[in-house]
Design a protein around this ligand. Structure first.
Ligand code: R7I
Ligand code: MG
Ligand code: MG
Length: 309
């Protein structure tokens, strides 16, 4: 079990980075063959803010032993300060600046965003994989996911979207840990019933229905969305995993070859699929090219050790 957890944790982190970096390439190469050529032509696969924030969250979980919102905020801000060019959404950099220049906490500043509603962007969901790996099928998962989200995403939809994505990674990790096969329909329905907002519950119910019907991916993408808002991207990312849970590549292609917020769709699907299938299921040609791959693998192993089976 220890080895399985380690493989799952490393798979979740590398899966996120691969999905993010390859998703970013899919932005300009939308056909499968074109994308394969583009990957071959890259000396390195460069990830974006999605993975940078995921690394910060994993480091925070390992160092703090859980979610400490101020320390997590500071780590996220430090990664941004070191690499501001990674393609961050507009909200987080504003929060980091304001938290530095005031006496307010990160969560207080995050609540002021977007006319006091807080952000419902997918930025909290795209980075939440490490919370799913750490808490798996434990009841603490839900509060930890909310706490990790609130540092930048205070809107109820932003928080709920992150919690459902964390639960998807948690379910995937728990199944991998116990060597159990996951039932896609049961999983989609249980994620729907875990959602706390009507909007996300309805989207996840639609995912379950469309999976049962065998609807084609472009139709699913049109129905549930694939934008930068979390309720319009996380459901499609989960669908892409659940449609072909045994294949990282097929899930990833489904997530990123239907347009929209492709790096983030790739990051979310890649984290779930990587957690479920483990590190050895990731395409080796891509694994060796992904930026900071060795560090991501080590970080996954350290996360598994910090939250042992
Ligand atoms: O969520 P966030 O970190 O952005 C993540 C995205 C991913 O695609 C990354 O790959 C990166 O490219 O950015 O950043 P936020 O600024 O919190 O949210 C993203 C966007 O969602 C905002 O720019 C808004 O357009 C929109 N948005 C909202 N619009 C209206 N009302 C977020 N919250 C609201 C809202 O409450
Ligand atoms: Mg990005
Ligand atoms: Mg994105």
């Amino acid at each position: 079990p220890r080895d399985r957890l380690s493989s799952s944790a490393a798979g979740a982190l590398l899966g996120c980075a691969l999905g993010d970096a390859i998703g970013e390439l899919a932005f300009s190469h939308a056909a499968e063959e074109e994308l394969a050529n583009a990957i071959s032509a890259q000396p390195k696969l460069i990830y974006t803010d999605d993975t940078a924030m995921t690394i910060a969250l994993a480091e925070s979980l390992i160092e703090e032993g859980g979610i400490d919102q101020q320390r997590l905020g500071q780590r996220l801000a430090d990664h941004f300060a070191e690499e501001p060019w990674r393609g961050y959404g507009p909200g987080p950099p504003k929060i980091f600046r304001k938290a530095r220049n005031s006496n307010l906490t990160f969560t207080q500043v995050a609540r002021d965003l977007y006319n006091g509603e807080g952000s419902l962007g997918n930025g909290a969901a795209m980075r939440v994989g490490p919370v799913g790996v750490a808490y798996r099928d434990r009841p603490e998962l839900w509060d930890a996911a909310h706490a990790s989200a609130e540092v930048t995403h205070a809107h109820p939809i932003g928080r709920d979207g992150a919690a459902v994505q964390a639960l998807a990674v948690g379910v995937a990790t728990a199944h991998a840990l116990h060597g159990r096969r996951l039932d896609p329909l049961v999983t989609a329905e249980s994620l729907a019933s875990a959602a706390e907002t009507n909007l996300i519950r309805e989207k996840m119910e639609a995912v379950a229905r469309l999976l049962a019907e065998g609807a084609p991916p472009p139709k699913v993408a049109d129905t549930v969305g694939r934008s930068i808002a979390v309720h319009e991207s996380m459901p499609f990312a989960i669908y892409a995993f659940l449609k072909t849970p045994q294949s990282f590549q097929e899930s990833l292609h489904c997530a990123i070859l239907n347009g929209g917020d492709v790096d983030t769709l790739g990051a979310m699907t890649g984290a779930i699929s990587g957690a479920y299938l483990g590190i050895d299921a990731l395409p080796i040609g891509c694994r060796i090219k992904v930026e900071n791959g060795a560090y991501l693998e080590t970080l996954g192993k350290r996360l598994a050790e910090a939250f042992p089976a």
